[in-house]
Design a protein around this ligand. Structure first.
Ligand SMILES: *Cc1c(COP(=O)(O)O)cnc(C)c1O
Length: 479
């Protein structure tokens, strides 16, 4: 008790702290109000902490003024530093939803900065001086690339599906195969989205098999459309049957019903040419005659978060007039990033080289090996004395709910520190100023070369130096 009172009465006053040399340094870099607030907040927390500690804990606490000042410096840095920041994706999951899915091509940097910091013709037709449409900037380009008649873009593909169903099937039935009632991470479930849109779900077939006749038999006068959903993130194998786009379109034509397809990822290039499994392209769906197709901007397309809706003009025109469109509209920065990404697709070879996620998916083994060797050499030099470092064969994943069964052969750098578990190293690496997100396998920390960008090699090296040193120091202090 005596101790506690003494510690509490020794806490310096705010005015006194403001005269301290270290705190004065903070005042040069940050507004006074922020520093004063940080001091007050920190002292409050510190007091509470002391009051709630028992005698045993009290002895272990550093109660010096220096410790208090360190706490205040950290508080100011917590308040003033960016919370959203870069991380290094060393997981090998190319489209990592928690790490922001697709990263944009560095080629778009100047253009994006310019659009963000200047006025633009977002909704003005500069030829006539009249109001224009924000969708016009990408519409022609999307149509050129996909063969569709009309196009628009909204906030994301979930919004796209909702808008399509709300426009085409409100209070009416939409027929969908039981095998395609997808749940994507983050609670996007096809049945729930349909409910939200006001469309009535009419499931047909079984989990593994749906026949054309199942759709046909379910049609009533209240049917508004036939829906096909790409099973992006899972596969049904074995004794299965799915109805192809052409067949479904033929049935739609026969019965006078539009066919809608949610492609999920949506790719514009047949990636089987580059060693990946065949996935139907957006162009295939349009060629098959599908009336409306939706897909994401930030999955395999490699652009910003967006939902792209393409298809027959009569339907797209109706969607543009739906009040939901205003709620789902995309921002000018997104639009700029989308246009920039799509422009790269005008030259397929250029697209595969300069869209980062396509480059990561299509890169050859030789290139991966070369890059692995380079990072290995760096790490060997800087932390080789504390760690066992190896280059190993492993597999990366596409991620983002795309190509779920496909494993991409890759090289990883495996790291094992003497006396320190890989879980600990992993935790400390995530605390680095640019967090390194790795994966762990059999108590080895693995850094997958595929998803580490070349200009991040120095960051990875510095992070590992910093982490191993701080872990070694902690052990030394304990000993
Ligand atoms: C990913 C996905 C969605 C959701 O797309 P977002 O752009 O994340 O909103 C919808 N449908 C399918 C089939 C998907 O794969």
């Amino acid at each position: 008790m005596e101790d506690k009172r003494k510690i509490l009465s020794n806490i310096p006053a705010v005015d006194e702290l403001l005269k301290n040399g270290e705190i004065e340094k903070l005042l040069f870099a940050h507004p006074r109000s922020i520093v004063v607030e940080a001091i007050r907040e920190y002292l409050n927390e510190y007091r509470k902490f002391i009051v709630s500690s028992d005698d045993k804990n009290l002895k272990a606490i550093d109660t010096s003024n220096n410790a208090i000042i360190r706490g205040i410096i950290k508080k100011v840095s917590d308040i003033t530093s960016f919370k959203l920041k870069n991380v290094v994706n060393a997981t090998g999951v190319v489209l990592h939803t928690n790490l922001g899915r697709a990263i944009l091509s560095p080629k778009l940097k100047d253009m994006l900065l310019n659009i963000a910091t200047h006025y633009s013709n977002l909704e003005m037709n500069t030829a006539t001086g009249e109001r224009g449409s924000r969708y016009s900037h990408v519409e022609e380009l999307i149509c050129r690339l996909t063969g569709a008649e009309a196009a628009m873009a909204v906030n994301n593909n979930a919004a796209a599906v909702l808008l399509v169903l709300s426009t085409m099937a409100k209070d009416r039935e939409v027929i969908v195969s039981r095998g395609q009632l997808v749940e994507i991470g983050g609670s996007f479930r096809v049945p729930d989205v349909m409910t939200q849109s006001g469309a009535l779900l009419r499931e047909v077939g079984t989990t593994n098999k749906t026949h054309l006749l199942d759709y046909e038999n379910a049609v009533t006068e209240n049917t508004a459309a036939l829906l096909k959903v790409h099973t992006s993130n899972y596969r049904i194998c074995g004794f299965t049957k799915e109805v192809g786009s052409e067949e479904l379109v033929a049935l739609g034509n026969k019965l006078g019903l539009p066919v809608i397809e949610d492609l999920g990822s949506g790719i514009l290039i047949d990636l089987s040419k580059y060693g990946l499994p065949y996935e139907p392209t957006v162009q295939n769906s349009i060629k098959a005659g599908t009336d409306v197709v939706t897909f994401s901007g930030d999955k395999m397309l490699g652009g910003p978060q967006a939902g792209i809706i393409i298809g027959k003009k009569i339907f797209i025109d109706k969607m543009k007039k739906n009040p939901l469109t205003r709620a789902f509209r995309i921002d000018k920065l997104t639009l700029a990033a989308l246009e920039g990404t799509l422009r790269l697709y005008l030259d397929e070879e250029e697209a595969v080289k300069s869209i980062p996620i396509l480059k990561m998916l299509c890169c050859d083994q030789q290139d991966i090996s070369k890059r692995a060797k380079r990072l290995y050499n760096k790490l060997k030099k800087s932390i080789g004395e504390y760690a066992s470092i190896k280059i190993e064969d492993e597999f990366s994943e596409v991620g983002g709910g795309s190509m779920p069964l496909h494993k991409l052969p890759t090289k990883v750098i495996s790291i094992q520190l003497d006396d320190i578990s890989s879980d600990k190293l992993d935790t400390v690496l995530r605390q680095y100023k640019t967090p390194i997100i790795a994966r762990i396998n059999k108590d080895r920390l693995l850094l997958d070369i595929r998803t580490i960008i070349d200009d991040e090699f120095d960051i990875v090296e510095n992070a590992l130096k910093w982490s191993t040193e701080s872990l070694k120091n902690r052990i030394a202090i304990k000993a």
